[in-house]
Design a protein around this ligand. Structure first.
Ligand SMILES: [Zn+2]
Ligand SMILES: [Zn+2]
Length: 266
């Protein structure tokens, strides 16, 4: 971060935007290449919906995600300006806080984001807000990894607003931000792969059940409601917004391989 501090705001915006674009391109691109190109047939048994999105759906998903990256880049500029005004608790000197705090701050960011996402997401499903904020994301009924950030610009602003709020409330190191943003990107893309690959031996533990699965978010896209959570299956459990057949659907999706193997075996 210090290395960039002498640069003017436009250069820092462009570098920030480039980082967002490369990160999205790499994470969504690798997932797409794996699930939708090279392993498309081999892993088809894990596909939640047994069809693939149309080319026009993928084009729309990429286009709106690029727009989201632009908004994330602009929010980066906002954070730089806020920091200049002394409004944030961003620290670049590692010795300002302990190593334990560094990791704790990442944990706080992830858990608080899960809560922020759940409630803003539920709010955007209100019929009065849905058409303006969230409809674009739900144009994908059978999402691909590219859909992870396919938001209407208004929804992208709501999503991105979390970061400036976070850095005002808690001390945050830029490297912690890099880790958090990568976590957000990877988990979001995995939730939109359209393939169920979370092993039952993990999911069927108490810790596993608190983690969302691709089936969870895929059901949300298919049915346009319910299963509102992002990383964890905590708020949906507390608020009773999981689909009643979510667990059954997950087990059905993940056991397809076993059925497939049995078909071959007998
Ligand atoms: Zn939704
Ligand atoms: Zn989604």
């Amino acid at each position: 971060m210090n290395a960039f501090e002498h640069l003017d705001i436009t250069s820092r915006f462009l570098i920030g935007l480039l980082i967002q674009l490369v990160r999205y391109g790499l994470v969504a691109g690798i997932a797409y290449y794996l699930f939708y190109v090279i392993k498309k047939e081999q892993w088809f048994f894990m596909k939640i919906q047994k069809r693939f999105p149309k080319k026009t759906d993928i084009q729309r998903e990429v286009l709106f995600s690029l727009l989201t990256m632009l908004i994330f880049g602009l929010v980066g500029v906002l954070i730089i300006l806020m920091r200049k005004m002394g409004w944030t608790q961003i620290y670049t000197d590692f010795s300002a806080h302990s190593v334990a705090y560094f990791f704790l701050s990442i944990g706080i960011a992830i858990f608080a984001h899960d809560t922020y996402f759940y409630w803003t997401h539920r709010m955007m499903h209100h019929p009065k807000l849905f058409p303006y904020f969230h409809k674009v994301h739900h144009l994908s009924h059978n999402p691909s990894p590219w859909a992870a950030f396919a938001f209407h610009p208004l929804e992208a602003i709501v999503q991105a607003a979390y970061i400036p709020v976070l850095v005002v409330i808690i001390p945050f190191h830029p490297l912690a931000m890099v880790v958090f943003m990568l976590w957000m990107m990877v988990l979001n893309v995995l939730g939109h792969t359209g393939y169920e690959f979370i092993p039952e031996r993990f999911h069927d533990t108490w810790l596993g059940r608190l983690q969302n699965t691709p089936t969870h978010h895929n059901m949300h896209h298919q049915l346009n409601k319910g299963n509102y959570g992002l990383y964890f299956n905590i708020w949906d459990r507390l608020m009773g917004t999981n689909f009643r057949n979510y667990e059954d659907a997950y087990h059905k999706n993940i056991s397809q391989k076993a059925e497939e193997t049995q078909k071959v075996a007998y």
